[in-house]
Design a protein around this ligand. Structure first.
Ligand SMILES: CC(C)(COP(=O)(O)OP(=O)(O)OC[C@H]1O[C@@H](n2cnc3c(N)ncnc32)[C@H](O)[C@@H]1OP(=O)(O)O)[C@@H](O)C(=O)NCCC(=O)NCCS
Length: 174
């Protein structure tokens, strides 16, 4: 299925409020991603993406069928981690299973390595998030380790994974 990655626009907020308001998405993300997800949450999110320092973050929407159906972003680290960037993403449930996020991850990683003098991009899915782990593996990331009992989500302790892609690794679109 076709999609594009593009900058966020203020008018994307209603799409975000519709698609992000999904417990199946929220359960796999940090608590900063609210549930329920309101229009005010969506407006705040889109505004923060638009106002962010482009040297520190690259926040893009996934557009399909003319709508903002997902989010994918890189955030640069600071201090000794300033040669790293963290990857995060979510996709509207209606669009799962069509290979969108695997391709989106490849694209944003290529862009991140092109824009910034960074050595690696990492992601930290919860260990039970098989779909996200598969996306990262298909995009060329290596499982560096599992941080046992590192996540406290909704009253339960769980494990998280550290996946990383080094500069020069991965399969990028030509
Ligand atoms: C995880 C997510 C981004 C995947 O997006 P997607 O566009 O559906 O992913 P793709 O279609 O590119 O690939 C999904 C792969 O995972 C596999 N997969 C999906 N769910 C799975 C599951 N529960 N168990 C095992 N594999 C699973 C698919 O079969 C596919 O692999 P394949 O191509 O080898 O068959 C999407 O489901 C999502 O937004 N989930 C909620 C938010 C989230 O988890 N964000 C990431 C936080 S780290």
């Amino acid at each position: 299925m076709d999609f594009t990655l593009r900058e966020w626009r203020r008018e994307d907020a209603p799409d975000v409020a519709q698609y992000a308001d999904n417990e199946k998405i929220a359960r796999n993300l940090r608590d900063v991603f609210p549930h329920p997800y309101t229009l005010a949450d969506a407006q705040g999110f889109v505004d923060s993406c638009a106002a962010g320092d482009p040297e520190k973050q690259l926040c893009l929407t996934i557009e399909a069928d003319g709508r903002a159906v997902g989010s994918i972003a890189l955030f640069r680290g600071g201090d000794v981690y300033r040669k790293n960037a963290e990857l995060g993403y979510w996709l509207a449930e209606d669009y799962w299973g069509r290979g969108i996020m695997t391709r989106a991850v490849r694209q944003i990683c290529q862009e991140g390595f092109f824009r910034w003098d960074i050595e690696l991009i990492y992601a930290e899915p919860f260990a039970h998030n098989a779909g996200s782990r598969r996306v990262l593996e298909k995009a060329g990331f290596t499982l560096e380790g599992i941080l046992r009992r590192s996540v406290f989500k909704r009253g339960t302790i769980g494990d998280s994974c550290m996946y990383a892609l080094l500069r020069g690794e991965g399969q990028f679109p030509s």
